[in-house]
Design a protein around this ligand. Structure first.
Ligand SMILES: Nc1ncnc2c1ncn2[C@@H]1O[C@H](COP(=O)(O)OP(=O)(O)OP(=O)(O)O)[C@@H](O)[C@H]1O
Length: 274
């Protein structure tokens, strides 16, 4: 992980990336490098450009300045199919207006790998079974996705991404609607993906405590720029976080994993301790 654009052959990287919508510049001069087999978390206040950055990393939004590259090849030079083989993107909410079964949705992950006629081979079916087993949705294989709970659906779409066999999986707030058990389950799954398959996991998350426990690298975005980049212990510094988030915070070492734990301080408590 580095902010130096000159670093040779960085797996998934941005160099001097700036972009925006209309007259509104959202991201300014973002340079970062994300390794395969690492868990990279992007955090920061609302509206600060995290989703826009993730879309640029997925090749779904174009930089106005600078570029996003994979192994030093700009994403703009890769075909849609090539991009889909190498990068899986899970947006904040996935439309599931389709009445497909879980197995059919997971098999969609094979689309970028299919031949001219678009038929699934035995190998594709086997990979879908394996992805469903990996994400613990095999028992739901014949159920309609529409009829699943939020947590189950989330695992199905992760399963589709796993079936895609990407080098990088990019997820936008995948735990935001989940209960505590499901949050940890998704994070554990991503950790297994990086360890067992060498996949690079890039996740936008508002949960600094999960980030502290799981991230190899944490990128804090503030007002469209990188406010801090490093290990969670380096980034989660109390004064920096209070400036970026504009609220009082209590930062301590968690007894669970020895990582940092951040607790927002209610106004009435802040007032009484000021
Ligand atoms: N399609 C769009 N058209 C115009 N402006 C947009 C568009 N998408 C996002 N924006 C604006 O760009 C800025 C950054 O949005 P983005 O969704 O990247 O932020 P974010 O950090 O992911 O926010 P959140 O944490 O609330 O999800 C916001 O001001 C947003 O209103």
């Amino acid at each position: 992980m580095t902010t130096n654009c000159a670093t040779p052959c960085s797996p998934l990287s941005t160099c001097g990336l700036s972009t925006g919508y209309g007259d509104h510049e959202v991201l300014t001069d973002i340079s970062l490098s994300i390794k395969r087999g690492s868990f990279f978390i992007i955090a920061g206040p609302n509206g600060t450009g995290k989703t826009t950055l993730l879309k640029c990393l997925a090749g779904l939004a174009r930089p106005r300045k600078g570029e996003v590259s994979m192994d030093d090849t700009p994403l703009s030079r890769l075909s849609r199919r090539e991009l889909a083989r190498r990068i899986a993107f899970l947006p904040q909410s996935v439309e599931s207006a389709f009445t497909l079964t879980v197995r059919e949705v997971v098999l969609m992950g094979r689309a970028p790998h299919l031949g001219m006629l678009g038929f699934h081979k035995e190998e594709d079916l086997a990979l879908a079974e394996e992805a469903m087993a990996f994400t613990d949705v095999l028992h739901l294989a014949d159920r309609s996705v529409d009829a699943l709970s939020g947590g189950e659906k989330q695992r199905v779409f992760i399963s589709r991404a796993v079936c895609q066999q990407p080098e990088f999986i990019l997820l936008d707030e995948p735990t935001s609607a989940l209960d505590l058990a499901h949050q940890v389950r998704i994070m554990d799954l991503m950790e297994r993906l990086k360890h067992e398959r060498g996949t690079g996991v890039v996740m936008v998350s508002h949960d600094l405590n999960l980030a502290a426990m799981y991230a190899d690298a944490l990128c804090l975005i503030h007002r469209g720029a990188v406010a801090a980049l490093g290990t969670p212990a380096e980034v989660l510094e109390k004064n920096r976080l209070e400036t970026v988030y504009g609220c009082r915070l209590f930062v301590e070492e968690s007894r669970v994993a020895g990582t940092l734990r951040i607790t927002p301080v209610p106004a009435r408590v802040a007032a009484s301790t000021a």
